[in-house]
Design a protein around this ligand. Structure first.
Ligand SMILES: [Zn+2]
Length: 277
């Protein structure tokens, strides 16, 4: 009896994309990635990923790990209290974040912030309060925001519109099927949208149909690693190099050359976050 072997998977560099791409959302300070940072960064470069948006889930993660990214000038930072941790959003934490945003030009956006009604870790009213506080922080420190919204698109939109965020720089991260019914409103508000690995999953045709409608100049791609690896690496740990497979699928959906889609989405990310190439 022979054990079922893993079929060989194509390597990200086999797509031969130019070094012009951006993974707009990565958690490189996660276990499994931070210990192997230099290899992870080498593989990203080899695949064509020139820039990575590193997301710190609050000021302790930021203070603890930011220095580890000093050797990698292509990495820029985001910081925010995730809705599942909204209880941590105390006055002291807000003050800590305010200072960091005032002092560190590498901190390009407040995020990921928003609402998560999928997990039941945190009461909704506490999530909403933390969300509103951090939206105000973004306005105060002149940063764009990056939104995490899971099973909560209607409420996220209500809060964002009531806080005056229509027309402000905003990236809807990890865009998924649950936000598709509200795509028209997201687009009408002038916001950007970042597409994660699940766009490659066979069941997600609704998401693929939505991706076809997003204006090209507002489209970004991301890994959200270490989770959500795209096909053909689905089920394996995710990392920035694998975002090329997500871009490949998005290019197919839009009938574009992978190189053009890759470079355009990369440039969109740099423009959105105010990163100079
Ligand atoms: Zn994330």
């Amino acid at each position: 009896m022979s054990k079922k072997k893993d079929t060989p998977r194509p390597l990200p560099e086999s797509l031969h994309l130019p070094l012009t791409g951006t993974d707009s959302h990565a958690h490189l300070d996660s276990t499994g990635l931070i210990e192997n940072l230099s290899e992870v960064m080498d593989r990203a470069r080899l695949a064509g990923v020139a820039h990575i948006g590193q997301v710190f889930l609050g000021p302790s993660a930021y203070h603890e790990n930011k220095e580890k990214f000093a050797p990698y000038p292509g990495v820029f930072f985001l910081m925010g209290i995730h809705p599942c941790d909204a209880q941590e959003c105390t006055g002291a934490v807000m003050q800590d974040m305010r200072k960091a945003f005032q002092n560190d030009p590498d901190l390009k956006a407040v995020g990921e912030i928003g609402l998560d009604f999928y997990w039941h870790d945190c009461p909704h009213f506490i999530q909403e309060e933390a969300f509103r506080l951090q939206l105000a922080l973004a306005v105060e420190t002149c940063r764009p925001v990056v939104i995490h919204s899971r099973d909560a698109a209607t409420d996220s939109l209500r809060i964002l519109e009531s806080e005056g965020f229509a027309g402000r720089p905003l990236l809807w991260h990890c865009f998924s099927g649950d936000a598709v019914p509200l795509l028209d409103r997201i687009l009408a508000n002038g916001w950007h949208i970042s597409i994660p690995g699940p766009v490659t999953y066979p069941a997600n045709q609704t998401l693929r149909d939505a991706v076809a409608q997003i204006p090209l100049d507002r489209l970004l791609v991301e890994t959200d690693c270490p989770y959500l690896a795209p096909v053909p690496w689905r089920g394996k740990p995710n990392e920035p190099s694998l975002v090329v497979f997500t871009a490949m699928t998005v290019a197919e959906i839009r009938n574009m050359s992978p190189e053009e889609l890759w470079t355009t989405c990369g440039n969109n990310a740099l423009r959105f976050f105010g990163v100079t190439a």
